[in-house]
Design a protein around this ligand. Structure first.
Ligand code: 13P
Length: 251
């Protein structure tokens, strides 16, 4: 069985004080939740603080991006090795905002994913189509290219260190969630593609998260779909109560 994973992507929000306060408020609300992995992804500058605040709670910490070299003359970059060193267990790679605004490509996603896995981090590998791509019926083509590109040359043995996150760009920060069936349709497609690239047993085991305007009000419907294994949450992860409401989707 696939353990559900609920991850909060804090994007470019939260000072150190705000980040600490959020963890302190969240932890008691979710301490008794069993069998759900909880991850938060603060900005780089808050990672160390959040790792300390999360301490012995069930909350794990992700970075929002990384570079693919361990070290060197790469001004402004942060390596998987340093993320591991500061206490991260996960890293988000290929978020649509990085693809849209910062020149991320399937090739850089692939390099970063390989480097992160090599370092022992679990990768939340993001894919998703834009509104124009959906409207021109290119959703599956786009997802397939992003997934094949992102997973290129990654052996099956590494797949347990990858979680796929499907985030339709048109649903991010818009309040417009994909319907349960729209999301399930793409998740099933992704799982079938993983079966094709790897094998049915790898496809069965891989977790596929949905992201895009996830809230306590819509998480149940999404989680009741057979191929949705969790959520990557933006806005609603910035408040303890709403993030806890999502984590506690089982009731
Ligand atoms: P929202 O939940 O704010 O739509 O953001 C989703 C997202 O981009 C998570 O990575």
């Amino acid at each position: 069985m696939r353990t559900p994973l609920i991850a909060g992507n804090w994007k470019l929000f939260k000072t150190l004080a705000e980040a600490t306060a959020l963890i302190n408020e969240l932890a008691p609300l979710v301490n008794d939740v069993k069998d759900v992995e909880i991850v938060v992804a603060p900005v780089f500058t808050a990672i160390s603080t959040v790792v300390s605040a999360a301490g012995k709670t069930a909350v794990r910490v992700a970075a929002q991006d990384c570079y693919w070299e361990d070290e060197g003359a790469f001004t402004g970059e942060v390596s998987p090795k340093l993320l591991k060193d500061v206490g991260c267990s996960h890293v988000i790679i290929g978020h649509s905002e990085r693809r849209q605004y910062f020149g991320e490509t399937d090739d850089t996603v692939n390099r970063k994913t390989k480097a992160a896995i090599r370092t022992g981090l679990t990768v939340l590998l993001c894919v998703g189509e834009s509104l124009a791509q959906r409207e021109s019926n290119d959703t599956f083509k786009v997802i397939e290219a992003q997934l094949r590109g992102g997973l290129a040359d990654i052996p099956a043995a590494e797949l347990p260190h990858i979680v796929i996150a499907y985030e339709p760009v048109w649903a991010i920060g818009t309040g417009k969630t994909a319907s349960d069936t729209q999301a399930q349709e793409v998740h099933a497609f992704i799982r079938a593609l993983v079966a094709q690239i790897y094998s049915p047993s790898e496809a069965d085991a891989v977790r596929i998260l949905y992201g895009g305007s996830v809230k306590p009000e819509n998480i149940n419907g999404l989680m009741s779909q057979p191929d949705i294994d969790g959520a990557l949450v933006g806005g609603a992860s910035l408040k303890a109560e709403s993030f806890a409401g999502i984590i506690r989707f089982k009731g």
